[in-house]
Design a protein around this ligand. Structure first.
Ligand code: GLU
Length: 490
């Protein structure tokens, strides 16, 4: 039975690197009909951020990464919060101590620091100097109440090999590993110790995680061996780097699932984008939901080099989803963005109509909300360049008035795309001008901008009353020289 897990520390929001690890673990389990487990690694109490566990879960759910077992739903191999397994961790630590596979280390931080500096001065890598490894069980120091940690006694020579499903055989010299700490002075286990017990207790068959943990894996293998646990399969997924190939961080913009949501990236699009971040479908397809990817997913199609994050591609992907998801889904997603702009939609078109009209041109929900604004709010300012271009002809006031009149005279039955085209054409012929000479000023008068959705489509949605009113407002303002410009030139 394939069982994978995602094991975040509840110390913040879900970073996209973490989201991608979770996604790949989930897909791998589901591909093989297995279970995906969520385990919260909350042992390091100093790093806990309150509300983080809940936020991580909501972010995962939004992406469609759903766990079969976890702290909220429970399951047969709990507890699913690492801190709740403390007694078990301590029991295994005591067993290793009894068996002489671990030992108490009384070295103080100052002593360790001095030894580390001395090694550094000789150009040697940091390594525990081994003082306490030599202390015998009957040494009187054990009767003192000096604080101690537990260290694993690891082989002084030889190699530990990680047999990785993505990276192949990766060999680590035991000499450069360390008698690392498995239990801290306060009795809590370290990550490299607890993770082994948890993965084993939860029957995890495949440990799929970020490449940054590859150097921890030989240590964990040594713990597995010391405890006589059978090894899971390991797979380390290459990093997600920023475009400049540095570690992706805040300074590159949004990095957490929550931040993308706030920017107006749809979770469907983010999930699809994450799928392609280091993995490709065998048939080369780019568009797919998480569910679509289940039958297609395999680790051998995970690339071996770091994946480079590309905001433009994410936005492009988002634009495709804005265009193709059901209108009602997009409307629901964009509503908070529209409200944030202070737009009330009491009068005028429905939100769905607005989405239909504008979504072709939007990259984010923010763009979409901004692009729909004119439907419910009169433009307050008009694009200065546009005004210069389309409103400078002295005829324009008369033309806008004539257009308003024409629009007013149309019956409800004529208020559709073709009806409007016909009306514009007739008026243009009557005025002896080209249709475009009506279209451009009209768009600017109705929306304040020179670009946007097709004019006839937008007029249909804006409605007769509003169209007429706006044309007249602009005509009046122009005749009084009172039109407010956006970013006036000069
Ligand atoms: N809590 C660790 C982390 O968030 C888990 C690493 C692992 O998957 O073993 O990086």
């Amino acid at each position: 039975m394939v069982r994978t897990r995602y094991a975040p520390s509840p110390s913040g929001t879900l970073h996209i690197g973490g989201a991608r690890t979770a996604l790949f673990s989930f897909l791998f389990a589901k591909h093989y009909g297995g279970d995906f487990v969520l385990r919260v690694e909350d042992t390091d109490r100093a790093r806990l951020v309150s509300g983080s566990e809940e936020a991580l879960m909501r972010s995962m759910e939004s992406l469609g990464i759903l766990w079969d077992e976890g702290p909220d739903v429970g399951g047969p191999y709990g507890p699913y919060r690492q801190s709740e397994r403390l007694v078990e961790h301590q029991r295994y630590a005591a067993q290793l101590l009894d068996e002489g596979k671990a030992y108490r280390c009384y070295c103080t931080p100052e002593e360790l620091d001095a030894a580390r500096k001395a090694r550094q001065a000789q150009g040697l890598p940091p390594r525990y100097m081994g003082t306490c490894r030599k202390i015998t069980v009957d040494d009187p120091i054990h009767q003192t109440h000096k604080p101690y940690v537990l260290r694993l006694k690891i082989p002084l020579s030889g190699v530990t090999v990680v047999d990785d499903m993505i990276r192949g055989h990766v060999s680590f010299d035991n000499a450069i590993l360390d008698d690392f700490v498995i239990v801290k002075t306060d009795g809590t286990p370290t990550y490299n110790f607890a993770v082994v017990i948890d993965d084993w207790a939860m029957h995890i068959s495949h440990v799929i995680r970020a490449e940054e943990h590859l150097s921890n894996t030989p240590k964990q293998i040594l713990v597995y061996e010391a405890l006589n646990f059978s090894l899971p399969q390991f797979a380390h997924i290459p990093m997600v780097l920023a475009p400049d190939r540095s570690k992706l961080s805040k300074r590159h913009g949004a990095t957490s699932v929550e931040e993308y949501a706030a920017q107006g990236i749809l979770p469907e699009a983010l999930a699809n984008y994450l799928l392609l971040l280091g993995w490709s479908a065998p048939d080369g397809r780019e568009f797919m939901t998480v569910a679509d990817a289940i039958p297609l997913f395999s680790l051998d199609r995970v690339q071996h080099t770091a994946a480079v994050y590309d905001q433009k591609k994410l936005e492009w992907m988002n634009a495709q989803y804005l265009k193709s998801l059901p209108v009602t889904t997009v409307a629901q997603a964009v509503r908070p963005f529209v409200e944030k702009l202070g737009i009330t939609m009491e009068h005028g078109p429905s939100l769905e109509e607005g989405v239909e009209l504008v979504r072709e041109r939007a990259h984010t929900l923010q763009d979409l909300a901004e692009g729909m604004r004119f439907l419910w709010q009169n433009p307050e300012e008009y694009d200065a360049k546009g005004v210069d271009k389309h409103f400078s002809n002295p005829e324009v006031v008369a033309r806008l008035q004539a257009l308003a009149e024409t629009m007013e005279q149309l019956s409800k039955d004529q208020w559709h795309h073709d009806g409007l085209v016909q009306a514009f054409d007739q008026l243009a012929t009557q005025l002896g001008i080209k249709r475009a000479e009506l279209i451009h000023p009209c768009r600017l008068a109705l929306t304040g901008r020179t670009v946007g959705p097709g004019l006839f489509e937008l007029v249909v949605v804006l409605g007769q009353e509003e169209t007429v009113a706006r044309l007249l407002t602009v005509a009046t303002a122009l005749s009084r020289g009172a039109l407010k410009l956006e970013h006036p030139i000069g």
